[in-house]
Design a binder for this molecule. Structure first.
Ligand code: GRF
Length: 195
């Protein structure tokens, strides 16, 4: 059974989808939900699901990114995870942190990578006039939003879509894609999945 730690920054809807999927013959089980924001709504959802949580307020560390990560790492190492899932986690991790988990850390990004790494992905897709948008699960490497792609799901961009309309349509697919990719990945299968 693989021990899965999930990092969040906000509502944690992707975390909830992952947690709900880890039952029965799924090869993974959640062992920790951690956040850089003590007020993250996802922490209460994790607690309601009986999952251990941790919060390390990155603002308390100012520019000391290494200090923040050392404290976060203390909580993460304590549960000895096999796999780390970034799920709506909005802090850029240093290469040192990534190196500790390279090859066993996933992220979900709300675009069809390699298009639109970084922020405001939906607005950028709309402004580019793209017919399609979507989300990507990838292995995390030291280069932001750039690691090997493990899965993608596509949605149409509809005439008149606002960024929020598109974000909502993509989020539905995120909640399908991430659990499906994690199930494979936890079983040792890195074959990319295209929904
Ligand atoms: C989602 O769009 C996700 O792709 C992005 O953060 C947003 C919110 O995620 N990384 P969640 O609801 O906190 O899981």
């Amino acid at each position: 059974m693989k021990r899965i730690a999930i990092l969040i920054s906000g509502g944690g809807s992707n975390m909830v989808a992952l947690v709900r999927s880890m039952t029965g013959d799924h090869p993974g089980r959640p062992v920790l939900v951690a956040s850089n924001d003590p007020a993250a709504g996802g922490l209460r959802k994790a607690q309601a699901a009986g999952i251990a949580t941790a919060a390390v307020d990155h603002r308390a560390f100012g520019k000391d990114r290494a200090g923040f990560e050392a404290e976060l790492l203390r909580h993460i190492e304590a549960v000895e995870p096999d796999i780390l899932c970034l799920a709506g986690f909005m802090r850029v991790l240093t290469p040192a942190f990534v190196a500790r988990f390279e090859g066993r850390m996933l992220n979900i990004h709300p675009s069809l990578l390699p298009k639109y790494p970084g922020l405001h992905t939906h607005q950028r897709a709309i402004e580019a006039g793209d017919a399609e948008a979507g989300c990507t699960v990838h292995e995390v490497t030291a280069v932001l939003d750039d690691g090997p792609i493990l899965g993608q799901a596509r949605v149409p961009v509809l005439a008149g879509d606002s960024a929020d309309d598109l974000a909502g349509r993509v989020l539905v697919q995120e909640h399908r894609l991430y659990p499906a990719v994690l199930r494979r990945y936890a079983a040792g299968d890195r074959t990319p999945l295209f929904l």
